[in-house]
Design a protein around this ligand. Structure first.
Ligand code: PEP
Ligand code: MN
Length: 336
């Protein structure tokens, strides 16, 4: 439930309500707006005397939250969330571009891609060091060596970095080298992994599961936030449907639904959503129009010889052109 305080309720009055609630063993989360403060309450509400709380002079009303996810719920936290990844902000005023190879393949490969995506305007370098491949015989990633190259690329270019983690062991390594962790589609409901990334305090990009509903996705985000980490962004990367013309089906309506139901930033990944490089630009534009806070795009120096996801990867020239062509859409959306 949330406790909505009256406009301009005093700090003392807010503190008093918080103390009352916490004394009963429940947790509170404060959301301070310009005029109104909202106190989110999580825990066993049967212990609370809600009538007495609602009768307090500085309390406007109590609103129950019926959805099973609370901390990721917009009712709980009406302002959109924003957070920093190194020097980049992900939030309502910006369009954050994350770009880079599907997999880190070598130091030289990563460095030349990092320089190219930075020049084109990306601020976060993506690169997989632990690759969750469908076949066990496909390239599985350079693991810690790949993470080291991510760190070097960040030091050389100033870009922030994001890397997927697939196990608790990978989390332990990744926190030493990168600025943001990615939980991939295949691990969206790996609840032990979600708790591990929640404990790190590093910003997390939570990709949508291949066949996950929005409700399941927000509950997965809830695992991370309730483990102590509020800096979560959601990534729509396409879902499984009957359609085979594209690798997945980009669910753009999910962006609109998430904006209504949650305060968490939303990133659109047109590369994994379609698996086809020529569809990246139109769907990037559509994602911006639907209210996305950022894009994740795969870029490779030599897509034809990429060790993974070559067909959806853009070469440098194509990425430059996509960046130039989406710029007017970013300004139209009122973002930087
Ligand atoms: C990736 O980002 O390279 C990746 C494997 O994405 P997804 O989990 O969305 O398939
Ligand atoms: Mn990929």
């Amino acid at each position: 439930m949330i406790i909505v305080m009256k406009p301009n309720a005093s700090e003392d009055a807010i503190k008093h309500v918080v103390t009352e609630v916490e004394a009963k063993g429940l947790k509170t989360h404060l959301s301070e707006g310009e005029e109104v403060t909202i106190i989110g309450v999580v825990g066993d509400k049967s212990k609370l005397d809600t009538t007495a709380i609602e009768a307090a002079p500085a309390v406007e009303k109590i609103v129950p939250i019926t959805e099973s996810y609370k901390l990721s719920n917009r009712k709980f936290h009406p302002q959109p969330t924003s957070f920093k990844v190194k020097d980049t902000v992900i939030g309502p005023d910006t369009m954050t571009i994350m770009a880079g190879p599907c997999a880190v393949e070598s130091e030289e490969q990563l460095m030349c891609i990092a320089q190219a995506v930075k020049k084109a305007g990306a601020t976060i370098l993506r690169g997989g060091a632990y690759k969750p491949r469908t076949s066990p015989y496909s390239f599985q990633g350079l693991e810690e060596e790949g993470l080291r190259y991510m760190k070097t690329a960040s030091e050389e270019t100033g870009l922030a970095t994001i890397c997927e983690v697939t196990s608790a062991h990978a989390v332990e390594s990744a926190v030493k080298y990168v600025n943001m962790l990615q939980v991939g589609a295949r691990n969206m409901q790996n609840f032990e992994l979600l708790k591990e990334v929640g404990k790190t305090g590093l910003p997390v990009l939570l990709k949508r599961g291949l066949a996950a509903t929005i409700d399941e996705w927000l509950n997965a985000a809830e695992y991370i936030i309730s483990s102590g980490n509020p800096n979560v962004a959601l990534c729509e990367r396409g879902i499984r449907t009957f359609e085979t013309a594209t690798r997945n089906t980009l669910d753009l309506s999910a962006v609109c639904v998430l904006k209504e139901k949650s305060h968490l930033p939303v990133i659109v990944d047109p590369s994994h959503a379609t698996g086809v490089r020529s569809f990246v630009e139109p769907l990037a534009k559509a994602g911006i129009a639907c209210g996305a806070d950022g894009l994740m795009i795969e870029v490779h120096n030599d897509p034809a010889h990429a060790l993974s996801d070559g067909p959806q990867s853009l070469n440098f020239e194509q990425f430059d052109s996509v960046m130039d062509n989406i710029r007017p859409y970013i300004s139209l959306a009122g973002r930087k």
